[in-house]
Structure formats: C-alpha cells, structure tokens
Write a protein that binds this ligand. Structure first.
Ligand SMILES: NC(=O)C1=CN([C@@H]2O[C@H](COP(=O)(O)OP(=O)(O)OC[C@H]3O[C@@H](n4cnc5c(N)ncnc54)[C@H](O)[C@@H]3O)[C@@H](O)[C@H]2O)C=CC1
Ligand SMILES: CC(=O)[C@H](N)C(=O)O
Length: 374
C-alpha cells in the first residue's frame, strides 16, 4: 500500500504542475529520453540568431499551400541550410533549387527519426495533413495522416527534445461551440475528421507538454489566403480561387452561400505569427494552443471588395453541400485576445489590404514579367 500511496502522490504532482519539465517517467516508443528544451533566451519580436545558436528546422508536408513560404521566411532568419523542407511529393524546380529538400513520409517512423538524427534537427514544424474537404472524401487516409502521423511526430519530438509546432484550425470547433466570437477555451465537438484530428493534436501536444516537458506550440489558423501557392482542398479555398477567376475570366462560381462568414488571414500574417510564436520565450506562453485572427468576411463581402478593383466581376453560387455544412459549423469570428496579450500578436492585413495585395500579385503584367524572368 505505501507504494500505491507514493505512486498516487507522484501522479498527482505531475498532473497538477503547470509545466512538468521533468524527466520522462516512462519511455516513448521504447526509448528513454530526457526532454531537452531548445534555449529561448532571445527577446520576442526582435530575435536575431547567431551562427551558433540558430535552430535546425524540419518542415513536414512542406510542399502545400503554406510550407514553401514558411521555409523562405525561416531561411532568411536562420540561414538557408538550416531549414529543410520535406514532403512525399516531387518538388517543382524552383523549390528544389532554393534550399534543402528531403523526401519524408510522416507515416514512416524510422525514416523520420533518421532525418531528425542525421540533420541534428532542433525544431519540427509539422504541416502534413489532409484538409477539411479532402479529409471528408477519404476518411481512412485522413485518419492515418492526421492522427497516426501526428503520433509519430510527437514521439520523435519528445524523444529528441525538439521544439514542435503543429497548426490547428478554426475547423477544430463545431456547431456546439460559440461561433461569434469563438474563444480559445470552449466546447470543441467538430463534425469532420479534419477537426477531430486537430482537436486530438491539440490535446496530445498539450499532454506531452505537461507529461514529458515537450516544447509544444500550436496556433489555430483561420482560412489562409495566398497568391503564389494553391490551397490543398479545404472549405475556405473559395477565398483564394475568386482572385484567380476574377483576373482570368471575370467570372467566379462560389461553392459556399453568399452569407457564409468565416475567419480569414493573408499568408504573410499567418507565417509571421508562426515565427513569432516559435521564437516566443516559454515564459510568455500562458497556453500552448492559441487562436489567431485577422479578418472575417463572407463571399458577398469579398466579391464587393474585389469589384472595387474589377467592377465587371460576376459571381454565381453553386453550393457544395459538404463544404457548406462544414462552414456552417465553424466559427464566424475568432477571439484571439490571448495571443495578442501573451506574445504580442497583431495582424497587418484587413480585407482592403488583402484584396489590393492579391490582385497586385496576380495582375497579368506582373505574372508576365515573372514568367519572362524565370
Ligand atoms: N491553408 C489553410 O487555410 C490552413 C492550414 N492549416 C494547417 O496548416 C498545415 C499546412 O496547411 P497547407 O499547406 O494548407 O496544407 P496542404 O494540404 O496544402 O499541404 C499538406 C501537405 O502534406 C503533404 N502530405 C500528405 N500526406 C503526407 C505524408 N504521409 N507524409 C508527409 N507529407 C504528407 C501533402 O503532400 C501536402 O503537400 C496543415 O496542418 C493544415 O491543417 C490550418 C488552418 C488553415
Ligand atoms: C481553415 C482550414 O483549416 C482549411 N483552410 C480548410 O478549409 O480546411
């Protein structure tokens, strides 16, 4: 009985401590490890890394909408060779020649571990996922990539003392969550495999943080809008496609109803937020999962803003029932006050700046000039 009492006391202590920071009690995947945090003595927003203390970063799922842009940003800060992009797809030439790229399937645990060890990785940014709409079209694959894959990532990060960033999403909320606005902490009962897997990621990451001292950091992104990378099959994709179609044909068919309001963000804000939370001193983080937001609009409002530049734009609606049901269960406005308070999050792009920037980027003259230069 004394043994049971001692064990009970130990477990209680672990569960009550805000950040465990302790040695792992049991090993993860058969291997003992002592969680080693990457030092974070740099001050937030003005961090500069010397050659000696820069992180060695691996980005999984790096060839999607967000990874290439993030690699570019991180390479500027930490050096080209210190940021490795990885994916299971073949990289286009310009990506392959822009910095280190490696094949990595997150479902292959041994291969992933080999990459982390051989490249002395210290930060892992886990972007691989199947997004909301493609996830509903292939639930077994989404479950494997988004849940089994995450388990591999968590174990490898814990085993090697990595700082781990995993993005979550507005899709981690559901119809029973408060939707206008949605705070960080509230009911989360999403009805997509994507959302379920992201709630699982949030909870598992936080559990590993408290249990093993894993330096887990997570932002819930809104729908991300970018000009030079295509979205990978989500519910918010319409807000990217409208720009391409407005410029190409002046006609856009929207798969969501005109009044479907969702939180959105321009990619530059999203990538900057990611770097900021990664560089934030651990003491500034009162939570490990934060909402971040920039703007909130519906298709009709977006079309109106685009028409200020392209008055001829015609928009028709052909609603996709699956995407509409998903969007109707997601937040309309996102409360990101904790991120603003704790680590100084501040977005730069509202709807007018977003539209001007996207149209400027995609203008035929600019695209022509880019094609001639490459
Ligand atoms: N783009 C957005 O609007 C938002 C994205 N996020 C999250 O940000 C992360 C990145 O998003 P995106 O770049 O938009 O996603 P994406 O769908 O464009 O790219 C995901 C990448 O994962 C790769 N992948 C799939 N299976 C894999 C496997 N077994 N091993 C390794 N890689 C694999 C794919 O080849 C793809 O390049 C995701 O976790 C997503 O959930 C969250 C909220 C909004
Ligand atoms: C908001 C997201 O997570 C993504 N863009 C999707 O629509 O699935």
């Amino acid at each position: 009985m004394p043994v049971v009492r001692t064990l009970t006391r130990t477990v209680k202590r672990v569960l009550q401590s805000p950040v465990c920071g302790c040695q792992a009690v049991t090993s993860v995947r058969f291997i003992g490890f002592s969680p080693r945090q990457v030092t974070s003595d740099a001050s937030f927003h003005s961090v500069s890394f010397s050659e000696a203390d820069h992180p060695r970063v691996l980005i999984t799922g790096g060839l999607g909408q967000l990874g290439v842009g993030l690699a570019k940003l991180l390479r500027k800060r930490y050096g080209n060779n210190n940021v490795i992009l990885s994916d299971i797809r073949k990289p286009p030439d310009h990506v392959f020649h822009s910095g280190p790229f490696i094949y990595s399937d997150i479902l292959d645990y041994k291969n992933l571990r080999e990459i982390v060890v051989n490249n002395r990785i210290t930060w892992l940014i886990h972007y691989s996922a199947l997004l909301s709409a493609v996830g509903e079209a292939n639930v077994p694959l989404a479950r494997a990539v988004n849940i089994t894959g995450l388990h591999n990532i968590l174990d490898i990060a814990a085993e090697h003392g990595l700082r781990l960033f995993v993005p979550s999403t507005i899709g981690a909320f559901g119809p029973t969550s408060p939707r206008n606005p949605t705070p960080d902490l509230c009911i989360q009962r999403p009805r997509t495999i994507y959302g379920v897997s992201k709630v699982h990621a949030e909870l598992m990451g936080e559990y590993y943080h408290y249990r093993y001292g894993l330096d887990f950091r997570c932002l819930r992104y809104p729908g991300i809008i970018s000009a030079d990378s295509q979205p990978g099959g989500g519910t918010t994709d319409y807000a990217v496609q409208i720009f391409h179609d407005a410029i190409k044909s002046g006609r856009f068919v929207c798969n969501l109803k005109p009044d479907t309001r969702l939180p959105m963000m321009y990619i530059d804000d999203c990538l900057r937020a990611t770097v900021e939370v990664l560089e934030a001193p651990a003491e500034s983080l009162t939570m490990r999962t934060y909402n971040i937001n920039a703007m909130s609009f519906n298709p009709e409002e977006l079309a109106q803003e685009v028409r200020k530049h392209l008055p001829e734009l015609e928009v028709a609606y052909d609603v996709d029932a699956v995407r509409q049901a998903i969007a109707d269960s997601w937040p309309m406005n996102f409360d990101d006050s904790n991120a603003r308070k704790d680590w100084g999050w501040k977005h730069e792009y509202d709807l007018p700046e977003l539209v001007t920037t996207m149209l400027g980027y995609l203008s035929p003259q600019r695209l022509d000039a880019q094609a001639q230069a490459s």
